[in-house]
Every structure is written in C-alpha cells, then in structure tokens.
Ligand binder design. Structure first.
Ligand SMILES: *[C@@H]1O[C@H](CO)[C@@H](O)[C@H](O)[C@H]1NC(C)=O
Ligand SMILES: *[C@@H]1O[C@H](CO)[C@@H](O)[C@H](O)[C@H]1NC(C)=O
Ligand SMILES: *[C@@H]1O[C@H](CO)[C@@H](O)[C@H](O)[C@H]1NC(C)=O
Ligand SMILES: *[C@@H]1O[C@H](CO)[C@@H](O)[C@H](O)[C@H]1NC(C)=O
Ligand SMILES: *[C@@H]1O[C@H](CO)[C@@H](O)[C@H](O)[C@H]1NC(C)=O
Ligand SMILES: *[C@@H]1O[C@H](CO)[C@@H](O)[C@H](O)[C@H]1NC(C)=O
Ligand SMILES: *[C@@H]1O[C@H](CO)[C@@H](O)[C@H](O)[C@H]1NC(C)=O
Ligand SMILES: *[C@@H]1O[C@H](CO)[C@@H](O)[C@H](O)[C@H]1NC(C)=O
Ligand SMILES: *[C@@H]1O[C@H](CO)[C@@H](O)[C@H](O)[C@H]1NC(C)=O
Ligand SMILES: *[C@@H]1O[C@H](CO)[C@@H](O)[C@H](O)[C@H]1NC(C)=O
Ligand SMILES: *[C@@H]1O[C@H](CO)[C@@H](O)[C@H](O)[C@H]1NC(C)=O
Ligand SMILES: *[C@@H]1O[C@H](CO)[C@@H](O)[C@H](O)[C@H]1NC(C)=O
Length: 468
C-alpha cells in the first residue's frame, strides 16, 4: 500500500496524458509496479467571486412553489397501523433466508437495481433544499477566507493549517453540490448570490457553526422520509461530512465540540426559514422551492462566549446581542466581555481550552422578539413569511430527541420564557449545544419521526439558541 502511494506521488511530477472521466490508466509496463489511476467525473461549475450585497430590485415572481391544488392539512392517524407491530423481536429467524448469511426483509436488498434519483415531489423538494444549502456553504467557506486576512485569523486563534482546513471544507461542498445536482438533473437549483451579516472572524466562525447546524439538522429531519432510499444513502454520506464541519467550527470558536448525545433533526421549512435570508438573488430561471418561510425570531439575550458565558443576566429587555433573527449570531466587538483572556486557551484551535465556559443553565430567562408575517425574504426578496398558527403561547425547545415546551410570557411582539431542565436520557441534559427554539400556539407531543407536524403551530422562528 505504502509503495503504491509513494509511486503515485513520484508520478505526480510526470506530464499527465489527457484522460476522459473514469478512464482507467495502466502505467508503463517497464515499471516494477503498476498503479491503477481512476479519474473522477467532473464537478459542477461554480463561481468564486460573486458580489456579496443585498438585493435591491423587484422580484419577477413571488411566493413559494405551489401545486395545482392544496389540501386542508395532515391529521394524526387514529391508531397505529397493525403491520407496524407484527414482527416478533425475539432474536430468532422467522422467515426463510434468501441466501446463506442473509436474513429475510429489508428494502432494496433483493437484487433490484439502485437508481439514485428523486422519486416524489417530497424527494425533489427536499434534495433541492439540501442543494441550496450546499451552494451557500461553498460560497461561505471561501468568503471568510477572502474577506479576512491571515492576521485577522491569527488574532482569532486560527493558524494557516486551520485556514487550509476551511478551504478544504469549501472543496467538500463542490463535491456535495455536484452529487445532489446530478441526482436532480437539469433543473437542479443553481448557485446564487449571498449576503452575510458577519463583520469579523469571530462572528464568521459563529455564523459557520450555526449555518452548518441547520444544514445538518435540516437533512436529518427528512432523510428517513425520502421515497428514494438510494438518494438517502448518498445524502447520508454527505451530511456526515457536514456534521464534522459543524463540530470543527464549534472548536474553532472555543465551544465544547459535541455536548449532546444525539443530533437533532428539524423540518425542511425550518431550514429554509433560516437559510433564505442570506440568499440575495438567484439566476432568472432558478428552480423555486415549496417550503414555508416563518416570521423571524430574535433572541435578545443569546448566550455567547463573547458575553462571558453562563449569562444569567437575561432580564434586561433592552438587550440585543445578535446580528439578527434566525441564526442569531452573537455580535462580537474587540471590547466584548471575556475576550481579554485572549487566544491562549479560550478559543481558536491553538489549544483545547482547559475548562470550557458554560453558556446557559436551566432557569435562565430568555428574552425574545418576533416579526409579523408578510415580510419579503430570500432570493430576489421573492418569498413571503407566513404562519397558520394562532396566538403565541409557548416556546418549543427542539434538541436531541425531544421537543418540549415552556410557557411564553407575551407582551406584544416580545416575550420571555425560562430555560427548562430536561434530560433526554438519564445523565444527558437535553438543552445544550446549538439548538432550535420556536414560538408556538400549542404544545403537541412530537417525536423525531413526526416533528414536521409542528409546522401549523409555529408563530415565529425557528431561532438557533446557543445553549452550550
Ligand atoms: C424487489 O422487491 C421489490 C419490492 O420491494 C419489487 O418491486 C421488485 O420487483 C423486486 N425485485 C426483484 C429483482 O425481485
Ligand atoms: C438555467 O439556464 C442555464 C443556462 O441556459 C442552464 O444551464 C440551467 O440548467 C437552467 N436552470 C434551470 C433551473 O432551468
Ligand atoms: C453542556 O455540556 C457541556 C459538556 O458536557 C457542559 O460542560 C455544559 O455545562 C453543558 N451546558 C449546559 C447548559 O448544560
Ligand atoms: C434575481 O435578481 C438577479 C439579479 O438582479 C436577476 O439576474 C435575476 O433574473 C432575478 N431572478 C428572478 C427570479 O427574478
Ligand atoms: C450559572 O449561573 C447561575 C445563575 O447565576 C448559577 O446558579 C450557576 O451556578 C452558574 N453555573 C456555573 C457553572 O457557573
Ligand atoms: C445585569 O446587568 C445590569 C445592567 O447592565 C447590571 O447592573 C447587573 O449587575 C447585572 N447582573 C448580573 C447578575 O450580572
Ligand atoms: C439588533 O441590532 C441589529 C444591528 O446590530 C439590528 O439589525 C437589529 O434589528 C436589532 N434587533 C432588534 C430586535 O432590535
Ligand atoms: C499568547 O501566547 C503567545 C506565546 O506565549 C504570546 O506571545 C501572546 O502574547 C499571547 N496572547 C495573548 C492574547 O495572551
Ligand atoms: C479548570 O477547572 C479546574 C476545576 O474546577 C480548576 O482546578 C482549574 O484551575 C481550572 N483551570 C483553568 C485554566 O482555569
Ligand atoms: C412577564 O413580563 C412582564 C414584562 O413584560 C414582567 O413584568 C413580568 O414579571 C413577567 N412575568 C413572568 C412570570 O416572568
Ligand atoms: C426524550 O426522548 C427520549 C427518547 O426518545 C424519550 O425516551 C423521552 O421520554 C423524551 N423525553 C421527553 C420529556 O419527552
Ligand atoms: C407523534 O408521534 C408520537 C409517537 O411517537 C405520538 O404519540 C404523537 O401523538 C404524534 N404527534 C402528532 C402531532 O401526530
């Protein structure tokens, strides 16, 4: 193995014969050992120097994609389908084996030929949403490297190898965007132009950490609901990479890398609500999405390393420590809070902190403000925020495997609630990490596989709450 790797690198200096994708090339027989080289198929084309400015024109179309008819809504079944509970899990085999060592059952296990495409509107719209996400990540990872200098990164505790890692993440996004574009076909959404809120490296890292959180969780929300198991397989193999990116950005920021036992999944419309505000415009023939944009939700006292951590001082209603609704990226100025402790030990990759700062705690008061529906958002300001919920009554805390609710103390478009104390499993506090909250009109019981049933009850949000 080592020898062939070494030989490959030695060959790297030889002129390459131009080769078509997937061509298998045998090297000169005069060499003591031949190396099989397989070139990858081409990647989708992409821009690297788009402007990053807000959209100022007039949209040529407005509103989410809709079908010819829209039903009245989805209601929970009266009972569990009997077939769901007939298998007897006693550790014995209950059916003949199709082959030695092969248990009966499974889907796509009988020799059928896998086809890696969308097989329903649900599949297409979910994959298209994921593609919008991959495109913004490709642009975002490059944008920070272009916008901030090496010195700026050094001051935030990141060295050249760290910057190279971010550049590599951008390359990973080229692969992800290509993969999903190929599965969707000719009308796959194209790369757009974006507009970001951050003004310095610390805010950039916080933005990346939060954007990759909803990118990852947005996919977990629909992955196992796809008709196309084939597409789900490839998407899983992309999103696990994104999960690693999210964790690395948390570490770059000085946060505990993975403070939860389970990564949460959220509905597509939640991911689209969080993503759309950063897309300024898309090409004129862009394929549009069906998903809902909910009204924006701002956390007025977002927990943040920049304000010293474990911020109990939540009552101050005049606070506004984020760059805006949705992602709620913490504002950072060089004078901010605990920053004087510097790069040696509290953030950046230079060292792992000896002690991580606790950011929030059960009993913390959280101050919120939300927008009215009817605002123009997203590419070319061509989507409109909406809600079908009644009046605001609860804050939904969506984290790990759980959705829990706390009462909302409402005053106009502002309100406050108290951070709950709940475990997912014994010894695993559910409220931690980069998680989701939303304002709801009721408190339906939801589990990871039916979490999208929350959508008709969302008044505003989601917002990303930095619990830890
Ligand atoms: C495999 O099973 C599917 C149903 O899950 C069926 O439609 C298909 O015909 C089967 N293929 C083969 C090769 O038996
Ligand atoms: C938009 O037009 C471009 C250029 O003709 C084409 O490559 C692309 O596939 C089109 N996109 C959609 C979504 O139709
Ligand atoms: C989150 O988890 C980390 C790591 O276990 C812990 O240090 C921190 O106190 C937790 N935060 C909260 C809010 O529970
Ligand atoms: C969105 O705006 C861009 C830039 O002004 C323009 O080229 C494009 O045609 C617009 N797209 C739509 C769908 O209006
Ligand atoms: C965080 O602050 C709360 C309220 O002031 C306090 O009760 C708690 O002990 C603090 N936790 C840590 C880990 O400092
Ligand atoms: C909360 O903030 C107010 C005003 O900034 C300050 O006077 C007070 O000391 C703070 N309380 C705590 C517990 O930090
Ligand atoms: C918070 O401040 C930002 C500017 O830093 C502003 O854009 C935003 O509207 C403010 N939010 C609230 C709720 O006041
Ligand atoms: C971090 O450590 C380096 C080397 O010990 C030192 O030169 C630098 O001044 C320190 N920076 C801060 C902000 O303490
Ligand atoms: C980390 O926490 C431990 C236990 O609370 C304490 O003994 C130690 O001094 C702390 N280290 C630093 C660098 O703050
Ligand atoms: C509810 O909010 C009001 C101010 O909007 C405040 O005076 C009151 O104490 C709050 N009540 C609770 C239970 O937090
Ligand atoms: C949280 O999720 C776990 C795992 O599904 C479940 O066992 C537990 O009952 C849930 N807790 C609450 C409060 O819903
Ligand atoms: C979601 O699923 C759980 C079972 O896991 C069920 O008890 C609950 O009623 C469902 N919620 C809705 C709104 O359908």
């Amino acid at each position: 193995m080592w020898e062939s790797l070494l030989m490959l690198s030695a060959l790297g200096s030889l002129p390459f014969i131009s080769a078509s994708p997937l061509e298998v090339r045998q090297d000169s027989p005069s060499m003591s050992m031949s190396v099989t080289t397989i070139f990858g198929p081409p990647t989708h084309s992409f821009h690297t120097s788009q402007p990053h400015t807000p959209f100022s024109g007039t949209p040529s179309t407005t509103g989410a994609l809709t079908a010819t008819s829209i039903g009245k809504g989805i209601t929970e079944a009266a009972s569990i389908a009997p077939a769901e509970t007939t298998y007897h899990g006693d550790g014995k085999l209950h059916n003949p084996e199709p082959a030695p060592y092969v248990p009966a059952g499974g889907v796509g296990t009988n020799g059928s030929i896998p086809v890696y495409n969308a097989k329903s509107d649900f599949d297409y719209e979910s994959l298209a949403l994921a593609l919008y996400q991959e495109w913004i990540e490709l642009d975002l990872f490059n944008d920070g490297l272009r916008r901030f200098s090496a010195e700026d990164f050094t001051a935030a505790g990141l060295n050249q190898a760290d910057r190279e890692l971010i550049a590599f993440m951008a390359q990973q996004e080229v692969g992800h965007a290509t993969l999903i574009s190929n599965m969707l076909g000719a009308q796959a959404p194209q790369q757009c132009q974006y507009n970001y809120p951050y003004t310095n490296v610390r805010e950039y890292l916080d933005f990346c950490q939060k954007l990759t959180r909803f990118g990852e969780s947005g996919v977990y929300g629909f992955l196992s609901h796809l008709n196309s198991r084939e597409a789900a397989t490839l998407l899983t193999q992309s999103i696990t990479t994104e999960a690693r990116q999210q964790m690395i950005f948390r570490q770059f920021e000085g946060l505990f890398p993975m403070p939860v036992w389970f990564e949460v999944g959220v509905p597509q419309s939640w991911a689209w609500t969080l993503l759309a505000p950063y897309i300024s415009s898309c090409p004129s023939n862009q394929t549009r999405l069906v998903w809902q944009n909910f009204p924006g939700l701002t956390i007025l006292n977002q927990p943040s390393l920049f304000t010293g951590g474990n911020s109990s001082n939540a009552t101050a209603s005049a606070m506004n420590n984020t760059l805006g609704a949705g992602t709620n990226v913490a504002k950072f100025s060089s004078g901010s809070g605990s920053d004087s402790s510097g790069v040696n030990g509290t953030y950046g990759s230079l060292v792992t902190p000896q002690n991580y700062t606790r950011l929030s705690f059960p009993g913390r008061q959280v101050a919120l403000q939300w927008d009215n529906p009817g605002q123009l958002v997203g590419p070319n300001n061509s989507y409109v925020t909406s809600t079908s919920a009644g009046s605001p009554k609860y804050v939904a805390w969506v984290s790990q495997l759980n959705v829990t609710y706390t009462p909302l103390n409402v005053s106009g478009n502002r309100g406050s609630t108290i951070q709950p104390d709940m475990e997912t499993y014994e010894g695993d506090p559910a409220i931690n990490g980069t998680m989701f909250i939303a304002i709801t009109d009721s408190n339906p019981f939801l589990t990871p596989f039916n979490i999208s049933m929350i959508n008709p009850h969302v008044v505003a949000g989601p917002a990303l709450y930095q619990a830890g």
